[in-house]
Structures are given as structure tokens and as C-alpha cells.
Design a protein around this ligand. Structure first.
Ligand SMILES: C[S@@+](CC[C@H](N)C(=O)[O-])C[C@H]1O[C@@H](n2cnc3c(N)ncnc32)[C@H](O)[C@@H]1O
Length: 250
């Protein structure tokens, strides 16, 4: 007899679409954070979803026709086993490849522009390390990073490796604010930087610093409060703290 499904599995039940005569993954299943990440992904041929966990993002991208195919990579077996179940239910086993591996080492080097890469839900420092270790495999034209912390390391790596910061946005989930960064491969100096001291821009986000969006202002206010507590203790954070002092004095 089939084991009873948990509520979580039920939320992944596919929907049968009588017009297209196929199962479709339900649209509403992504969190606001992952919805926003997927918006930044846009349309692509191959989506590489590194640190994919249950591959929710890959499955939604392919089910919605945003990506033709996806590669979902995770270090651990258990989330990929779960992902496989979701894929089977959504009838997408042939379009989302699940790979177990450490970073991008499991991939062959890509041709330029062949892939869009997403790294969501991990530290920006880990994202930068994984990119650094596999430069050829990361040969994407668009990279979307959703750093849970240490966004500075992600911005700095991308800036030093031929990517411009194309979008920097925040998404609220309850009291949490999630940062989403989209980078595009481009030549020359990134025009996003230069309005403020570089170290402060890397730490706080050059676009967020210029934004009048309420979420950006809330994010900077939180950073201001955090950095004030660290005054005198972290020399590396001093440029960011000094800039926020100026901005919030006005
Ligand atoms: C918090 S989950 C994020 C899942 C998903 N990307 C999201 O945003 O909801 C982080 C995932 O990264 C995976 N991970 C951590 N280090 C990794 C590495 N070196 N290579 C591949 N995956 C890794 C973990 O196993 C975990 O499933």
C-alpha cells in the first residue's frame, strides 16, 4: 500500500491541465524569495541551479517555460531524492537533470552564454568560492545570486571577473529581507559603482545606496544599526559604517 503523503508532499501535487493534456506544477508553490529570484533569471536555454536543495527553482523555471532545461546541483543526496519525486509528479524528469556534487566541479566547461547560473539561499562567500573554483564551468552570461549573508564577497568576485551588477533588489518575507543580485557579463568598468567609496558600495550595495525604495531604505537602516554596534571592532566595516552615518544624519 502507498504510504500516506505528508502535507508538504500534498502541496507539491501536480495539476492536470485538460487542455494541454499534461501535468503542470502549481504556480503558487514558490516563496516570495524564490519568485523574485526566478524573475531575475528571466528566460534561458539552460538554467544551472547550484546549491539547489529540492530543486524548486529549477522545476518552476522549466514548468513555466522560462528555462528549456535545468541542471540542479546539490552536495547532498537526500534533497535530490526529494527533488526527483517532485520532478516525477510534475512530469519533468527529462527536462531537469539532478546532479550530486560539490560546486560546479561536476559540470563540463560551458560555452559562453550557454547557461544562466543561479546560486540562492547560501552565503555570498560560499557562492564566490564555488565560482572561483570552477571558472570555466561558470561561464554564464547571467548569474543570479541570492546571498543570505556576506553579499560583499559575491559583489567583489563578480566585479573582478567581468560581470556588471544589473539589478539589486530586496524581497520581504515576514520580518526578513532577502537580497537578490543579478549580474550580467559585460566589458569595462561597472557603471553601478563610483557614487560612493568602493568598499562601502561592496558592503552595502551600490544600487541600494542610491535607491529610494522603502525596502532598500529599511535594509540600509538595519545595516546602520548593526554596524553601529560593531564600531571600533571591525576595521573592514568602517567605510560602510561611516557612509551610513552620513546618509542617515540627513
Ligand atoms: C539553504 S539551501 C538553498 C536551497 C535553494 N537554492 C533555495 O534558495 O531555496 C542550501 C543548499 O546548498 C547546498 N550546498 C552547500 N554547499 C554546497 C556545495 N559546495 N555544492 C553544492 N551544493 C551545496 C546544501 O546541501 C543545501 O541543500
Amino acid at each position: 500500500m502507498k504510504a500516506p503523503q505528508t502535507p508538504r508532499e500534498l502541496s507539491w501535487m501536480p495539476i492536470f491541465n485538460p487542455i494541454e493534456k499534461q501535468f503542470r506544477a502549481p504556480r503558487e508553490r514558490l516563496s516570495a524569495r524564490l519568485e523574485a529570484v526566478l524573475e531575475e533569471v528571466g528566460r534561458c536555454d539552460w538554467l544551472v541551479d547550484l546549491c539547489a536543495d529540492h530543486a524548486r527553482l529549477s522545476i518552476a523555471a522549466v514548468a513555466r517555460g522560462q528555462a528549456r532545461r535545468a541542471l540542479a546541483i546539490d552536495l547532498h543526496q537526500a534533497p535530490l531524492v526529494q527533488a526527483r519525486r517532485h520532478l516525477r509528479d510534475a512530469n519533468l524528469l527529462e527536462r531537469v537533470l539532478l546532479l550530486r556534487g560539490d560546486g560546479l566541479a561536476v559540470l563540463r566547461p560551458a560555452k559562453r552564454g550557454e547557461r544562466t547560473l543561479v546560486i540562492a539561499g547560501v552565503g555570498g562567500d560560499l557562492a564566490a568560492q564555488l565560482l572561483e573554483r570552477s571558472r570555466d564551468a561558470a561561464n554564464a552570461d547571467r548569474i543570479v545570486i541570492q546571498p543570505e549573508r556576506h553579499a560583499r564577497e559575491a559583489r567583489a568576485w563578480m566585479r573582478a571577473n567581468g560581470f556588471h551588477l544589473a539589478s539589486e533588489r530586496l524581497v520581504a518575507e515576514g520580518r526578513r529581507l532577502h537580497l537578490i543580485l543579478r549580474f550580467e557579463r559585460a566589458r569595462g568598468i561597472d557603471p553601478s559603482y563610483g557614487a560612493h567609496p568602493l568598499e562601502a558600495e561592496l558592503q552595502l550595495g551600490p544600487r541600494l545606496l542610491l535607491s529610494s525604495e522603502p525596502t532598500a531604505r529599511a535594509w540600509l537602516a538595519r545595516e546602520h544599526a548593526r554596524l553601529k554596534k560593531l564600531a571600533g571592532k571591525r576595521a573592514d566595516l568602517e567605510p560602510a559604517r561611516a557612509l551610513l552615518e552620513l546618509l542617515f544624519r540627513r
